[in-house]
Design a protein around this ligand. Sequence first.
Ligand code: ACO
Length: 429
Amino acid sequence: MDEKVQIVIDGKSYDFPVIIGTENEKGIDITKLRGETSYITVDNGFGNTGSCTSAITYLDGEKGILRYRGYPIEQIAEQSSFVETAYLLIEGELPKKDELSQFSQSFTAHADLHKDMISSFSGYPQGGHPMGLLSAMICSLSGYYPELLAPEPSQEEMKKTAAQLLSKVRTITAYTYKQSLNQDFVPPRSDLSYIANFLHMMFSTKEKEFPIDDIIVSALRSILILHADHEQNCSTSTVRLVGSSWANMFASISAGVCALWGPLHGGANQKVLEMLEEIHQAGGDVQKFIDKAKDPDDSYRLMGFGHRVYKNFDPRSIIIKKRTHELFDKLGIHDPLLEIALKLEEATLKDEYFVKRKLYPNVDFYSGLIYKAIGIPTDMFTVMFAIGRMPGWIAHWKEMKENPKSKIGRPRQIYTGATERPFVPIDQR
Ligand code: ACO
């Protein structure tokens, strides 16, 4: 028999169906709640609200499990490439060799930016935050590809838009960096792999080719894969919400970039490094900063700690920490900020405040140290996150479009303002 949940309101009981996921997660389907009872539910921060069903990513925050399309993140991060992971997330299955090569070729074909788009980089103020430029540039792609804006795109059109976004996000990022340095743009090369091409556009100059180091490519590969999707987080939910109005994929993902920017979400990676630098400058006393974060009268938080869903450990942070050690060992890097990060983690693991609230290092805690070692400037860390998250945003937008039951996202509210009162003309107030 199908499971049901009864809700009793004013002595009358109402039955609501239970939706059960493939991992036995259960949700009460309250679609008919308001129609039948005139009540709505209130859930600040949506901590208990499922906005959709999805077959892309499974995570269990209590057990620290994360899987893309059923495959454990540990195995993907170890054995897959970023392009293959993107294919898996977007198309639903691991690609065969010819499918992967076609998918990769579509990136090569779309890596260049239109010359008018290139000239618009110079209109952005020098020193302006790169996330503002990234969001604007992604949205402006809609102007260059009007044939890809259909409210109900075909599979072919979605594939083309996805390829544009996945490929061009690298070029936009690299050109943003070059613009910040007042350096000439370095065009993409068709003979390089996804990540090598990105590093080339970022760090080669007219005079000198950047030597592609496999160790750096491998560290970046892991980090991008670990960021590739994380189900209904703030930015992905934004992409779905914007897309639910039938806004095109470029516009929806540009909105996702803005949601990611916030320091409580993807912007945390920049803030973590700034925090570690601040602790270093202040003499390295981590306890002072821990005490500040614990002070109920101070809104200060330890950046890179805590997660809405993970209440045990964030499996991504464990892999990134391992990669950080590997990269530093192989490149012979000694960074005092890594020592501070380790001390901070160790101290919080023993601290009752953090233990009680289940606050552990999240994905953003160690990632900045890898970006720093590669030479990526601090204000571009969240842009790197956006490159990584692109496959997830695309996969969710596509999944929403393909679901015939998708509806425009439109939450309700409980009004708490003034009740009806007569308007008072200005000279009588
Ligand atoms: N430092 C100190 N205290 C914290 C921290 C932190 N980083 N995070 C949460 N807390 C405390 C809160 O003050 C609160 O304490 P209280 O119960 O005494 O009031 C309790 O822990 C619960 O915190 P909430 O804000 O209710 O938890 P929520 O699930 O809403 O927020 C979030 C999760 C936003 C990630 C939060 O932990 C945070 O601000 N972390 C720092 C920013 C960060 O690293 N963000 C990146 C997250 S990963 C990602 O988005 C990619």
